[in-house]
Every structure is written in structure tokens, then in C-alpha cells.
Design a protein around this ligand. Structure first.
Ligand code: KIV
Length: 280
């Protein structure tokens, strides 16, 4: 099976094909996503909030992303795997960014990296691309800057902020980014950016006009019933499904229904734990 390339993701825009993207952090879900035909999988630093229990993506380390990326790559043979460069792994210098991006490719097995920001990271994007590392940009709400932005809020609301985002997107494309995630920006602004670029935009909370959409997998699977931002659509209620299965198992073990009577193991029945307790 041949793997989807960044060039093919760009070609999907030229053909007018919408691009579905999802996050994955482990082997079994990567297998399911790949078999379903998801063309691009993101090992996002959202793994911090989705699976590691952090409040933000900021504590996520390069080693965390590499560890999860290796599992995802083992599970997905066809999808293009994009791995996030975590907080402060690409800001201190271009050489540091290059070294860290190289580790995601070489040790993690990803085929591309994603990084957040506009003008401040453009020269870093240029350097990574020049060294043969495909880069996906990320504009709008950039969760690694949550403290600076004052929360997870809609971005690009003022004319000046919108103009800056259009310019940032143009600069990222010019520096060689093969696609750009647009997070939490008004739909008309996402349309303007999408129409002004030849590379695809992948939206999350950015309306229907982007070339593709990305979602955090566990949000659409309903793993956390409490967490439901406006841009998330629930396609399943896995928290309920898992709770039901675990409760069933718990009761069966307590009542001695699982793993089954001694006879089904070809043994004579002996004293059960409950009978032994009662006898004491
Ligand atoms: O880390 C992540 O999952 C992301 C998506 C929300 C785009 O950056």
C-alpha cells in the first residue's frame, strides 16, 4: 500500500475534493482511521488534553509526540501522518526547530510536521522545507499561545487581525507549507484565506469554506461528555458505551458470571470467594 503524500493533499484541493483529517494517538485507532480511508492523520499535541489529562497542550513534550507517533505510524499504512512540534520546540532557533522536526520524522516516523504561528515562524518553515521536511501551518487560535490569547477564543475578529491572518497564510504558503490549519476564525475570513491560497486550508471551528476539516477524534467520539465546544459534532457516545461495558464486566465478576462456571473449564465446582467469606 502506498502512502498519501503532501503533494497528493495539495492535488485534492486542485480537484475540488474535500480533505477529512482526524487526530490519533495510538495504534488501534490509527488502524481504524486508516481502514476507513482518512487521508491525513494528525498526532496532535491535543494528546495532552485528550489522553494525558493536562489542562492545556503546553506540558506536552517532543518525547510524548514521538512515542505516540510511532504507535500511530505502526497502525496506519496509507494515511499521511503529520506530527505536532510541541510548545517551544521550534522557537529558540531555526537549528533547534530543524533538529526537533527531524526527530519527529526519523524517530516518530511521521511524514510531515505541524507548527503554530504566522510571521514569527515563516523563516523556520522555509528552513524545514528546504531541508526536505513537509510542513503544515496552523493559524487563528493557536493553543500553544493560550496564555497570550487569554483563552480558547475566536480569532481574527477585527479588521486588522483578519488582515494579519490573510498575510500570515500567504507568507506560510510562500515559505513552502503544504497546507494550513485554520482554527476558530470567522467563516467569511476562512473563505477569503482559502480562496487566496493554492495550498489547502484545513478548518476546525472555521466554517464550511475550508478545503478540509480536522477534528480531535475523542471529541467526535464523545469520550468526555462534559466537553462539547460549538465546532464539535458528536458522531458517537463512547463514554456511555465504555461505561456500559465496564459496568457489565464489574457486575459479572462480582456475581461470578465471568469467567464462567468451573464446569465450563472442565473442572469440578469448588468453594466460591463469596462462600469462603461467608464461612469465615
Ligand atoms: O493538536 C491538535 O489536535 C491540533 C488540531 C486541533 C488542529 O492542533
Amino acid at each position: 500500500m502506498t502512502r498519501i503524500t503532501p503533494a497528493e493533499i495539495r492535488a485534492m484541493k486542485r480537484r475540488g475534493e474535500r480533505i477529512p483529517m482526524l487526530t490519533a494517538y495510538d495504534y488501534p485507532t490509527a488502524r481504524i482511521l486508516d481502514a476507513a480511508g482518512i487521508p491525513m492523520i494528525l498526532v496532535g499535541d491535543s494528546l495532552g488534553t485528550a489522553v494525558l489529562g493536562y489542562d492545556t497542550t503546553i506540558p506536552v513534550t517532543l518525547a510524548d509526540v514521538i512515542h505516540h507517533c510511532r504507535a500511530v505510524v505502526r497502525g496506519a499504512a496509507r494515511a499521511l501522518i503529520v506530527a505536532d512540534l510541541p510548545f517551544m520546540t521550534y522557537h529558540t532557533s531555526q537549528e533547534e526547530a530543524l533538529r526537533n522536526a527531524a526527530r519527529l520524522i526519523q524517530e516518530g516516523g511521521a511524514q510531515a510536521v505541524k507548527l503554530e504561528g504566522g510571521a514569527t515562524v515563516v523563516e523556520t518553515v522555509r528552513r524545514l522545507v528546504a531541508c526536505g521536511i513537509p510542513v503544515q501551518g496552523h493559524l487563528g487560535l493557536t493553543p500553544q499561545s493560550v496564555h497570550q490569547l487569554g483563552g480558547h477564543r475566536l480569532q481574527g475578529k477585527t479588521e486588522q487581525a483578519a488582515r494579519r491572518l490573510v498575510e500570515d497564510a500567504r507568507c506560510l504558503e510562500e515559505a513552502g507549507a503544504f497546507s494550513i490549519v485554520l482554527e476558530l476564525i470567522p467563516a467569511p475570513l476562512a473563505r477569503t484565506i482559502t480562496q487566496s491560497l493554492t495550498v489547502p486550508t484545513i478548518g476546525i471551528g472555521a466554517g464550511p469554506f475550508c478545503d478540509g476539516q480536522v477534528q480531535v477524534l475523542y471529541d467526535l467520539l464523545g469520550m468526555d461528555p462534559e466537553f462539547k465546544p460549538r465546532h464539535v459534532r458528536r458522531y458517537a457516545n463512547l463514554a456511555d458505551v465504555i461505561r456500559g461495558a465496564v459496568t457489565g464486566y464489574l457486575e459479572d465478576v462480582r456475581e461470578g458470571v465471568f469467567p464462567g462456571p468451573a464446569e465450563s473449564f472442565g473442572l469440578e465446582s469448588t468453594v466460591t470467594p463469596a462462600e469462603a467469606a461467608e464461612a469465615r
